[in-house]
Ligand binder design. Structure first.
Ligand SMILES: *Cc1c(COP(=O)(O)O)cnc(C)c1O
Length: 342
Protein backbone atom coordinates (compact mmCIF):
# COMPACT_ATOMS: atom_id res chain seq x y z
CA UNK A 1 0.00 0.00 0.00
CA UNK A 2 1.27 3.43 -0.84
CA UNK A 3 0.71 6.83 0.68
CA UNK A 4 0.12 8.70 -2.57
CA UNK A 5 -3.52 9.45 -1.81
CA UNK A 6 -3.16 10.87 1.67
CA UNK A 7 -3.59 14.63 1.97
CA UNK A 8 -1.22 15.01 4.94
CA UNK A 9 -2.00 18.66 5.65
CA UNK A 10 -5.73 18.04 5.97
CA UNK A 11 -5.63 14.82 7.95
CA UNK A 12 -7.46 15.04 11.29
CA UNK A 13 -6.83 13.14 14.52
CA UNK A 14 -8.71 9.95 13.67
CA UNK A 15 -8.08 6.27 13.12
CA UNK A 16 -6.99 5.02 9.72
CA UNK A 17 -6.09 1.37 9.26
CA UNK A 18 -2.47 0.85 8.23
CA UNK A 19 -0.77 -2.27 6.83
CA UNK A 20 0.72 -4.03 9.85
CA UNK A 21 0.36 -4.16 13.62
CA UNK A 22 2.37 -6.00 16.29
CA UNK A 23 0.87 -8.52 18.70
CA UNK A 24 2.43 -10.55 21.49
CA UNK A 25 0.48 -12.93 23.74
CA UNK A 26 1.04 -13.70 27.40
CA UNK A 27 0.00 -17.20 28.48
CA UNK A 28 1.17 -19.65 31.16
CA UNK A 29 3.26 -16.95 32.77
CA UNK A 30 5.26 -15.83 29.73
CA UNK A 31 5.24 -13.60 26.66
CA UNK A 32 5.63 -15.22 23.23
CA UNK A 33 7.99 -13.71 20.65
CA UNK A 34 5.26 -11.62 19.04
CA UNK A 35 4.73 -10.93 15.35
CA UNK A 36 3.59 -8.34 12.84
CA UNK A 37 0.17 -9.26 11.50
CA UNK A 38 -2.31 -7.99 8.88
CA UNK A 39 -5.57 -8.55 10.76
CA UNK A 40 -6.84 -5.42 12.53
CA UNK A 41 -9.67 -7.28 14.31
CA UNK A 42 -9.50 -8.87 17.77
CA UNK A 43 -11.69 -11.82 18.79
CA UNK A 44 -12.17 -12.47 22.48
CA UNK A 45 -14.50 -14.05 25.03
CA UNK A 46 -17.62 -12.11 25.98
CA UNK A 47 -16.28 -12.38 29.52
CA UNK A 48 -12.76 -11.06 28.76
CA UNK A 49 -11.35 -9.21 31.78
CA UNK A 50 -10.84 -6.03 29.73
CA UNK A 51 -14.53 -5.94 28.79
CA UNK A 52 -15.87 -6.59 32.28
CA UNK A 53 -13.32 -4.91 34.57
CA UNK A 54 -11.40 -2.53 32.27
CA UNK A 55 -7.98 -4.08 32.80
CA UNK A 56 -6.25 -2.13 30.05
CA UNK A 57 -3.35 0.35 29.76
CA UNK A 58 -1.87 2.23 26.82
CA UNK A 59 0.82 4.55 25.54
CA UNK A 60 1.04 7.13 22.76
CA UNK A 61 4.01 8.38 20.75
CA UNK A 62 4.79 9.60 17.27
CA UNK A 63 7.02 8.62 14.33
CA UNK A 64 7.86 11.37 11.85
CA UNK A 65 10.36 12.50 9.25
CA UNK A 66 13.19 14.84 10.29
CA UNK A 67 14.66 17.66 8.22
CA UNK A 68 17.42 15.31 7.05
CA UNK A 69 14.84 12.75 5.89
CA UNK A 70 15.30 10.21 8.68
CA UNK A 71 12.30 8.36 10.10
CA UNK A 72 12.49 8.64 13.89
CA UNK A 73 10.56 8.21 17.15
CA UNK A 74 10.92 10.46 20.21
CA UNK A 75 12.12 8.97 23.53
CA UNK A 76 10.35 5.58 23.19
CA UNK A 77 12.31 4.25 26.19
CA UNK A 78 10.27 6.57 28.44
CA UNK A 79 7.00 5.19 27.03
CA UNK A 80 8.32 1.66 27.69
CA UNK A 81 9.20 2.57 31.27
CA UNK A 82 5.87 4.30 31.89
CA UNK A 83 3.95 1.32 30.50
CA UNK A 84 5.89 -0.99 32.83
CA UNK A 85 4.80 1.22 35.76
CA UNK A 86 1.19 1.21 34.53
CA UNK A 87 1.27 -2.60 34.23
CA UNK A 88 2.52 -3.07 37.79
CA UNK A 89 -0.23 -0.85 39.24
CA UNK A 90 -2.87 -2.78 37.25
CA UNK A 91 -1.59 -6.26 38.26
CA UNK A 92 -0.60 -6.93 34.64
CA UNK A 93 2.64 -8.60 33.47
CA UNK A 94 5.31 -6.11 32.38
CA UNK A 95 6.14 -6.22 28.68
CA UNK A 96 9.96 -6.05 28.62
CA UNK A 97 11.08 -2.46 27.97
CA UNK A 98 13.66 -3.33 25.31
CA UNK A 99 11.09 -5.46 23.46
CA UNK A 100 8.58 -2.60 23.68
CA UNK A 101 11.01 -0.31 21.83
CA UNK A 102 11.73 -3.05 19.27
CA UNK A 103 7.99 -3.56 18.65
CA UNK A 104 7.46 0.18 18.15
CA UNK A 105 10.33 0.30 15.65
CA UNK A 106 9.04 -2.78 13.81
CA UNK A 107 5.57 -1.25 13.42
CA UNK A 108 6.98 2.01 12.04
CA UNK A 109 9.22 0.13 9.61
CA UNK A 110 6.35 -2.08 8.42
CA UNK A 111 4.13 0.98 7.80
CA UNK A 112 6.79 3.30 6.45
CA UNK A 113 4.63 4.49 3.56
CA UNK A 114 2.29 5.99 6.17
CA UNK A 115 4.99 8.13 7.79
CA UNK A 116 4.24 11.70 6.63
CA UNK A 117 6.97 13.76 4.95
CA UNK A 118 9.00 16.46 6.73
CA UNK A 119 7.24 19.80 6.81
CA UNK A 120 3.71 18.39 6.50
CA UNK A 121 3.06 18.76 10.23
CA UNK A 122 1.50 15.28 10.15
CA UNK A 123 2.91 12.27 12.03
CA UNK A 124 2.39 8.53 12.33
CA UNK A 125 0.81 8.10 15.76
CA UNK A 126 1.74 4.88 17.56
CA UNK A 127 -0.53 3.25 20.09
CA UNK A 128 1.03 0.51 22.26
CA UNK A 129 -1.54 -1.08 24.58
CA UNK A 130 -2.14 -4.14 26.70
CA UNK A 131 -5.26 -5.80 28.06
CA UNK A 132 -6.48 -8.85 29.97
CA UNK A 133 -8.18 -11.18 27.50
CA UNK A 134 -9.22 -14.42 29.22
CA UNK A 135 -12.68 -14.79 30.81
CA UNK A 136 -12.83 -13.42 34.36
CA UNK A 137 -16.09 -13.13 36.29
CA UNK A 138 -14.95 -13.07 39.92
CA UNK A 139 -12.97 -9.85 40.36
CA UNK A 140 -9.29 -10.68 39.89
CA UNK A 141 -6.55 -9.96 37.34
CA UNK A 142 -6.60 -11.86 34.04
CA UNK A 143 -4.06 -14.63 33.50
CA UNK A 144 -3.74 -14.08 29.73
CA UNK A 145 -2.89 -10.78 28.02
CA UNK A 146 -2.17 -9.24 24.65
CA UNK A 147 0.40 -6.51 24.09
CA UNK A 148 -0.22 -4.71 20.82
CA UNK A 149 1.07 -1.74 18.84
CA UNK A 150 -0.87 -0.19 15.97
CA UNK A 151 -0.19 2.96 14.00
CA UNK A 152 -2.38 5.57 12.36
CA UNK A 153 -1.38 8.72 10.47
CA UNK A 154 -2.63 11.93 12.11
CA UNK A 155 -2.71 15.47 10.78
CA UNK A 156 -1.05 18.62 12.10
CA UNK A 157 -2.50 19.47 15.50
CA UNK A 158 -2.67 23.17 14.75
CA UNK A 159 -4.03 23.95 11.33
CA UNK A 160 -3.23 27.59 10.61
CA UNK A 161 -1.40 28.41 13.84
CA UNK A 162 -1.79 27.60 17.51
CA UNK A 163 -4.82 29.50 18.83
CA UNK A 164 -5.06 29.83 22.61
CA UNK A 165 -7.88 27.84 24.17
CA UNK A 166 -10.33 28.49 26.99
CA UNK A 167 -10.62 25.99 29.83
CA UNK A 168 -12.76 25.74 32.94
CA UNK A 169 -12.01 24.64 36.46
CA UNK A 170 -13.95 21.38 36.64
CA UNK A 171 -16.29 20.30 39.42
CA UNK A 172 -15.51 16.69 38.53
CA UNK A 173 -12.34 14.95 39.70
CA UNK A 174 -9.99 13.03 37.44
CA UNK A 175 -7.91 11.08 39.92
CA UNK A 176 -8.24 10.11 43.56
CA UNK A 177 -5.38 10.60 46.01
CA UNK A 178 -3.48 7.26 46.05
CA UNK A 179 -5.51 6.17 42.99
CA UNK A 180 -4.49 5.61 39.37
CA UNK A 181 -3.98 9.17 38.09
CA UNK A 182 -0.23 8.60 37.63
CA UNK A 183 -0.63 5.67 35.22
CA UNK A 184 -1.93 5.58 31.65
CA UNK A 185 -4.99 3.38 32.15
CA UNK A 186 -8.13 3.42 30.02
CA UNK A 187 -10.25 3.72 33.16
CA UNK A 188 -8.93 7.28 33.78
CA UNK A 189 -10.35 8.26 30.41
CA UNK A 190 -13.68 6.42 30.68
CA UNK A 191 -14.59 8.38 33.78
CA UNK A 192 -13.51 11.70 32.20
CA UNK A 193 -15.86 11.43 29.21
CA UNK A 194 -18.87 12.90 30.99
CA UNK A 195 -16.79 15.86 32.18
CA UNK A 196 -15.32 16.64 28.76
CA UNK A 197 -18.64 16.32 26.92
CA UNK A 198 -20.26 18.71 29.41
CA UNK A 199 -17.29 21.13 29.13
CA UNK A 200 -17.68 21.19 25.34
CA UNK A 201 -21.45 21.73 25.64
CA UNK A 202 -20.78 24.75 27.81
CA UNK A 203 -18.25 26.16 25.33
CA UNK A 204 -14.95 25.20 26.97
CA UNK A 205 -12.11 23.37 25.23
CA UNK A 206 -10.82 21.46 28.24
CA UNK A 207 -11.25 20.82 31.98
CA UNK A 208 -8.71 21.87 34.56
CA UNK A 209 -8.86 19.19 37.24
CA UNK A 210 -7.96 20.00 40.82
CA UNK A 211 -6.58 17.69 43.50
CA UNK A 212 -9.53 15.59 44.65
CA UNK A 213 -8.46 15.73 48.31
CA UNK A 214 -8.66 19.51 48.91
CA UNK A 215 -9.80 20.94 45.55
CA UNK A 216 -7.39 23.84 45.98
CA UNK A 217 -4.44 22.71 43.84
CA UNK A 218 -4.02 22.43 40.08
CA UNK A 219 -3.48 18.92 38.69
CA UNK A 220 -3.88 18.57 34.90
CA UNK A 221 -6.48 18.26 32.12
CA UNK A 222 -7.90 14.95 30.87
CA UNK A 223 -4.86 14.28 28.70
CA UNK A 224 -2.20 16.95 29.16
CA UNK A 225 -0.01 18.41 31.92
CA UNK A 226 0.19 22.14 32.72
CA UNK A 227 3.11 24.51 32.31
CA UNK A 228 2.89 28.04 33.70
CA UNK A 229 5.26 30.93 33.08
CA UNK A 230 5.66 33.47 35.88
CA UNK A 231 5.97 37.19 35.21
CA UNK A 232 9.73 36.87 35.75
CA UNK A 233 10.02 34.03 33.21
CA UNK A 234 10.21 31.05 35.56
CA UNK A 235 8.71 27.82 34.20
CA UNK A 236 6.43 26.16 36.75
CA UNK A 237 4.69 22.78 36.55
CA UNK A 238 2.38 21.33 39.21
CA UNK A 239 3.74 18.57 41.44
CA UNK A 240 1.37 15.84 42.57
CA UNK A 241 1.36 12.06 42.92
CA UNK A 242 -1.87 11.83 40.91
CA UNK A 243 -0.61 13.58 37.74
CA UNK A 244 0.36 11.46 34.73
CA UNK A 245 4.10 12.02 34.16
CA UNK A 246 3.99 13.51 30.65
CA UNK A 247 7.10 12.83 28.57
CA UNK A 248 6.52 16.10 26.69
CA UNK A 249 6.35 18.05 29.95
CA UNK A 250 9.52 16.41 31.31
CA UNK A 251 11.27 17.18 28.00
CA UNK A 252 10.08 20.81 28.03
CA UNK A 253 11.30 21.32 31.60
CA UNK A 254 14.72 20.02 30.53
CA UNK A 255 14.72 22.28 27.46
CA UNK A 256 13.72 25.29 29.59
CA UNK A 257 16.65 24.76 31.93
CA UNK A 258 19.38 23.37 29.69
CA UNK A 259 18.67 25.04 26.34
CA UNK A 260 16.99 28.31 27.32
CA UNK A 261 18.65 28.90 30.69
CA UNK A 262 15.30 29.47 32.42
CA UNK A 263 14.61 28.72 36.04
CA UNK A 264 12.25 25.75 36.48
CA UNK A 265 10.11 24.62 39.39
CA UNK A 266 8.02 21.50 39.95
CA UNK A 267 5.86 22.41 42.93
CA UNK A 268 2.30 22.58 44.17
CA UNK A 269 0.32 25.24 42.30
CA UNK A 270 -2.77 26.60 44.04
CA UNK A 271 -5.85 27.81 42.17
CA UNK A 272 -5.59 31.14 43.99
CA UNK A 273 -2.26 31.97 42.32
CA UNK A 274 -3.41 31.30 38.72
CA UNK A 275 -4.01 35.00 38.08
CA UNK A 276 -0.36 35.73 38.92
CA UNK A 277 1.02 33.82 35.93
CA UNK A 278 1.92 35.43 32.61
CA UNK A 279 1.42 32.39 30.35
CA UNK A 280 -0.14 28.95 30.49
CA UNK A 281 0.14 25.91 28.23
CA UNK A 282 -0.94 22.27 28.07
CA UNK A 283 1.66 19.70 27.13
CA UNK A 284 1.36 16.27 25.58
CA UNK A 285 2.52 14.27 22.60
CA UNK A 286 -0.32 15.36 20.30
CA UNK A 287 0.22 19.14 20.32
CA UNK A 288 3.55 19.45 22.19
CA UNK A 289 2.10 22.67 23.74
CA UNK A 290 -1.42 24.10 23.39
CA UNK A 291 -1.50 27.67 24.66
CA UNK A 292 -4.23 28.50 27.19
CA UNK A 293 -5.55 32.05 26.93
CA UNK A 294 -8.28 31.96 29.55
CA UNK A 295 -9.30 29.91 32.58
CA UNK A 296 -12.85 30.23 33.90
CA UNK A 297 -13.23 29.40 37.59
CA UNK A 298 -16.96 29.32 38.34
CA UNK A 299 -17.73 32.52 36.48
CA UNK A 300 -14.48 34.26 37.40
CA UNK A 301 -12.35 34.78 34.31
CA UNK A 302 -8.59 34.56 34.52
CA UNK A 303 -7.17 36.04 31.30
CA UNK A 304 -3.44 35.61 30.74
CA UNK A 305 -1.55 38.67 29.46
CA UNK A 306 -0.48 36.59 26.41
CA UNK A 307 -4.08 36.96 25.16
CA UNK A 308 -6.31 34.94 22.86
CA UNK A 309 -4.46 35.44 19.56
CA UNK A 310 -1.00 33.97 20.04
CA UNK A 311 1.14 31.73 22.19
CA UNK A 312 2.93 33.63 24.92
CA UNK A 313 6.57 34.48 24.11
CA UNK A 314 8.19 31.99 26.53
CA UNK A 315 5.71 29.22 25.64
CA UNK A 316 6.51 29.86 21.98
CA UNK A 317 10.26 29.66 22.60
CA UNK A 318 9.77 26.35 24.44
CA UNK A 319 7.56 25.04 21.64
CA UNK A 320 10.00 26.03 18.92
CA UNK A 321 13.01 24.61 20.73
CA UNK A 322 11.44 21.22 21.48
CA UNK A 323 9.92 20.84 17.99
CA UNK A 324 13.30 21.95 16.57
CA UNK A 325 15.00 19.16 18.55
CA UNK A 326 12.37 16.64 17.44
CA UNK A 327 12.70 17.59 13.78
CA UNK A 328 16.51 17.54 13.81
CA UNK A 329 16.96 21.31 13.34
CA UNK A 330 18.51 21.62 16.82
CA UNK A 331 20.95 19.12 18.39
CA UNK A 332 19.11 16.67 20.63
CA UNK A 333 20.24 15.38 24.02
CA UNK A 334 21.72 11.87 23.84
CA UNK A 335 19.07 9.19 23.25
CA UNK A 336 16.08 11.45 22.60
CA UNK A 337 15.78 10.76 18.88
CA UNK A 338 15.67 7.09 17.89
CA UNK A 339 16.19 6.35 14.23
CA UNK A 340 14.28 3.62 12.38
CA UNK A 341 16.61 1.77 9.98
CA UNK A 342 15.62 1.46 6.35
C1 LIG B 1 -0.73 10.79 27.94
C2 LIG B 1 -1.11 11.82 28.94
C3 LIG B 1 -0.42 13.05 29.06
C4 LIG B 1 0.66 13.46 28.10
O1 LIG B 1 1.80 12.65 28.16
P1 LIG B 1 2.87 12.65 27.00
O2 LIG B 1 3.81 11.58 27.41
O3 LIG B 1 3.51 13.99 26.99
O4 LIG B 1 2.15 12.38 25.73
C5 LIG B 1 -0.80 13.92 30.07
N1 LIG B 1 -1.82 13.62 30.90
C6 LIG B 1 -2.52 12.48 30.81
C7 LIG B 1 -3.64 12.22 31.76
C8 LIG B 1 -2.18 11.53 29.83
O5 LIG B 1 -2.88 10.40 29.75
Amino acid sequence: MGNQNIDWGNLGFGYMKTDKRFVSEYKNGEWDNGALIDDDMITMSECACVLQYAQTIFEGLKAYTTEKGDTVVFRPDLNAERMANSAKRMEMPVYPEDKFVEAVKAVVKANKSFVPPYGSGATLYLRPYMFGINPVIGVKPASEYQFRVFSTPVGPYFKGGAKPITIRVSDFDRAAPHGTGHIKAGLNYAMSLYAIVSAHKEGYDENMYLDAGTRTKVEETGGANFLFITKDNKVVTPKSDSILPSITRRSLMYVAKEYLGLETEEREVSVSELSDFAECGLCGTAAVISPVGKIVDHGKEICFPSGMDDMGPVTKKLYETLTGIQMGRIDAPEGWIVKIDD
